[in-house]
Design a protein around this ligand. Structure first.
Ligand SMILES: [Cu+2]
Length: 475
């Protein structure tokens, strides 16, 4: 009798252990070590940070800027001696920086040389729906799309990327993304670093997994499908573990979290403070002193970092949750003196009393059942109808067990409240993408000045592709 009990307890224990191992495995707990084993033969020498080129205006003498962008196949040597198949704009990986000015008229020729359809969405840009580059602006292989718009918003660091139905995650992962920078009189007048690539440097941060042949691995495991993709290798401007030579003075970094699903908590290895001067949609009213910066997928921040207290040749690392992924080497004298400006710009607060409608958007579901308000994206269904020129309050809730970044097209938002409290200082300016934690409620306000059909969605691209997206019309 006693023996029998012990045998049953033993069987139950073994079954439990198998169950736990299976669960851990399906949640990807062992995936990291497996993937590391896969690519541990891949090596890379530390290389200088690549600086994306500024895209040339084809017609510099007119008031209208004319740009040409081609979506194309490419290849990169991320690891020594290993060629990885990629995609990019006008090049092998990522795209050039488009730089325009407020008030400028812009026309772009977007050519698709890929073997599948794509779109090109201007993330954060306030333009009409037909120029927005959402899923309705499909560019078939071999075709060209001709968006035209006028820049009607202040200086900001925006970006562009594909928004093809069900393929956004894959196409961004393959390398299709670039920065879109707006300058204006305010950015001209501020005494902050402005030498592009020297002391005004873009950092496009993305994570990737590589298979044992050194190719991008975008096989979504169960964990990737549920919480969003997370890679084991962080690229900055398309380089693994790069370094940037900086002057012994102030440097401005324009940081984009261009990752599919990873949320970064950035800090410097020497714990030095830095100053956030801009959020998604432009300058904050005042610089915000910080030691750590959280950026969800799609979010941007401009920060000022003062390297003047460091010795020549001293190195400081940029860390995400304690892991170093790029270095700054103090190598040159600073030819200019900067002090962090206290006052940056004036942002007119949108009064809550101007809002004519309050809408509720709730993140729900998990895995393939992710939704907003219980509905999954349907190209043929308009979920919300907004009046052209209306000011509205949107309340975004999260009824899931994980944080989601909410993004809407066609407008820039101001955050009114996070769970009834005013937003942190670095979120008090213009935002087009904001994180919503489980159980949290974020109230935002915007005026909808552009007509057309626009998307709102989770910016974890695996969630967007699975249907955590809806459409609103502005008429
Ligand atoms: Cu999500």
């Amino acid at each position: 009798m006693k023996k029998k009990i012990w045998i049953s307890i033993g069987t139950i224990a073994i079954l439990l252990i198998i169950g736990v191992v299976y669960l851990l495995h399906s949640w990807g707990v062992f995936a990291t070590s497996f993937k590391e084993a896969n690519n541990d033969t891949l090596e890379v020498k530390q290389q200088p940070l690549p600086i994306p080129p500024l895209l040339e205006d084809k017609n510099p003498d007119s008031n209208k800027a004319e740009f040409e962008i081609t979506a194309q196949e490419g290849s990169m040597e991320f690891f020594d001696g290993t060629i990885t198949k990629t995609r990019g704009y006008n090049g092998d990986f990522l795209g050039p920086v488009i730089r325009v000015r407020t008030g400028e008229e812009v026309s772009v020729k977007v050519k698709n040389e890929l073997d599948e359809s794509t779109t090109l969405h201007w993330h954060g840009l306030e333009v009409d729906g037909e120029n927005d580059g959402g899923p309705h602006n499909e560019i078939k292989p071999g075709e060209t799309w001709y968006p035209e718009f006028t820049i009607e918003q202040p200086a900001a660091t925006l970006w562009y990327h594909p928004h093809q139905m069900h393929k956004t995650g894959k196409q961004v992962y393959e390398g299709m993304a670039g920065l879109f920078i707006i300058e204006d009189e305010v950015s001209d007048s501020l005494n902050i670093p402005k030498d592009y690539g020297v002391n005004d440097v873009p950092l496009v941060i993305q994570d990737r997994r590589f298979d044992k042949e050194g190719q991008f691995d975008y096989e979504l495991g169960m964990k990737d499908s549920i919480v969003g993709f997370e890679g084991d290798t962080i690229l900055v401007n398309g380089a693994v573990n790069p370094y940037l030579e900086v002057p012994q003075g102030m440097v401005r970094l324009r940081i984009l979290n261009g990752s599919n699903g990873r949320i970064y908590n950035l800090e410097f290895s020497n714990k030095q403070a830095f100053y956030q001067i801009a959020s998604d949609g432009g300058f904050l009213e005042e610089s915000v002193k910080m030691n750590e910066l959280t950026l969800g997928p799609g979010e941007r921040a401009e920060i000022l970092v003062d390297f003047s207290n460091l010795a020549k040749n001293e190195t400081v690392e940029l860390l995400d949750q304690g892991i170093n992924f790029m270095s700054f080497v103090v190598s040159k004298d600073s030819d200019k003196e900067f002090i962090v400006p206290e006052k940056l710009t004036t942002i007119e607060k949108i009064e809550e009393s101007k809002a004519t409608t309050t809408r509720v958007f709730n993140f729900q579901g998990t895995g393939s059942s992710v939704s907003i308000n219980g509905e999954q994206m349907d190209m043929d269904r308009i979920d919300e109808e907004v009046k052209l020129g209306a000011t509205e309050i949107w309340e975004v809730g999260n009824f899931t067990g994980q944080t989601h970044p909410f993004h809407a097209h066609g407008a820039q938002f101001q955050i009114l409240e996070r769970d009834g409290n005013p937003p942190p200082a670095n979120e008090s300016g213009w935002k087009d993408t904001f994180l919503v934690a489980p159980g949290e409620n974020v109230r935002v306000i915007a005026t909808f000045k552009h007509k057309g059909i626009f998307m709102y969605h989770c910016h974890i691209l695996e969630h967007e592709d699975a249907g955590m997206m809806g459409q609103f019309s502005v008429e």
